[in-house]
Design a protein around this ligand. Structure first.
Ligand SMILES: [Zn+2]
Length: 229
């Protein structure tokens, strides 16, 4: 993978900005959508924001949709080894206003899998309860179609920000190529539960060309990805 360029400096920038969100909490809360391609450190960012709140004696609640069974149970895991327990967004929406008001911030991972109703609930948390909600997720699927959660977040979020990563060619990678040992996959369901397909972030040009780079070997890279799961 050649997608680490600039990531550390971007995370530092993010942390500084999250501190400002923390400081300004007495003002009007906002709904944030931070989208990024596969491997852009969205989960690591989500976990670091939670840690920042905790370090300042505040409480942020982590949640993710039940549809994301990739990491097993109620845990948000990042590829670099950070992890923390969370609840399902399906459970979050069942909390009373009094219960959810115990938290200074709500952080959602894999927000692309949220339903329209769940995102309407996030809007309620922001507008009526003045609790900031920070959502991390993919913008589009392997066919470059919006995910349902991303569609409504793009429509309603107060702040839309990109968590950046790069294609093998050096351009910004905003697309997710799905592949297996036979090559790039262009047809199929948006979400394949229990599938063995892997993903790599590429720029739009190289998604359209199906070009995953001169050094890319489908079989080898698919095996490496699977061993990480
Ligand atoms: Zn490219």
């Amino acid at each position: 993978m050649k997608s680490n360029i600039g990531r550390d400096s971007y995370i530092c920038y993010n942390l500084k900005r999250d501190y400002n969100i923390c400081k300004r909490e007495e003002k009007m809360a906002k709904l944030y959508f931070r989208y990024g391609a596969m491997g852009s450190s969205k989960s690591a960012n989500a976990l670091m924001v939670e840690y920042n709140y905790r370090e300042r004696g505040k409480h942020a609640l982590l949640a993710k949709p039940c549809a994301d069974k990739r990491d097993g149970e109620r845990v948000i895991k990042s590829r670099i080894g950070l992890q923390h327990s969370c609840i399902w967004t399906e459970e979050l929406v069942e909390l009373s206003d009094e219960e959810v008001q115990q938290y200074d911030c709500i952080i959602i991972d894999e927000a692309q899998f949220c339903t329209k109703e769940q995102i309407e609930y996030f809007v309620h948390l922001v507008d009526e309860l003045n609790i900031p909600v920070i959502c991390y997720g993919l913008r589009a699927d392997f066919q470059n179609n919006l995910f349902p959660g991303s569609l409504w977040l793009l429509a309603w979020a107060d702040v839309i920000e990109e968590v950046k990563t790069v294609c093998w060619c050096g351009r910004a990678a905003r697309c997710n190529a799905r592949f297996n040992e036979h090559g790039i996959i262009r047809e199929g369901a948006q979400v394949v539960l229990g599938g063995n397909d892997s993903y790599v972030a590429v720029c739009r040009k190289h998604l359209r060309e199906g070009n995953l780079g001169p050094d890319f070997r489908f079989e080898q890279d698919a095996e490496e990805k699977d061993s990480v799961k």
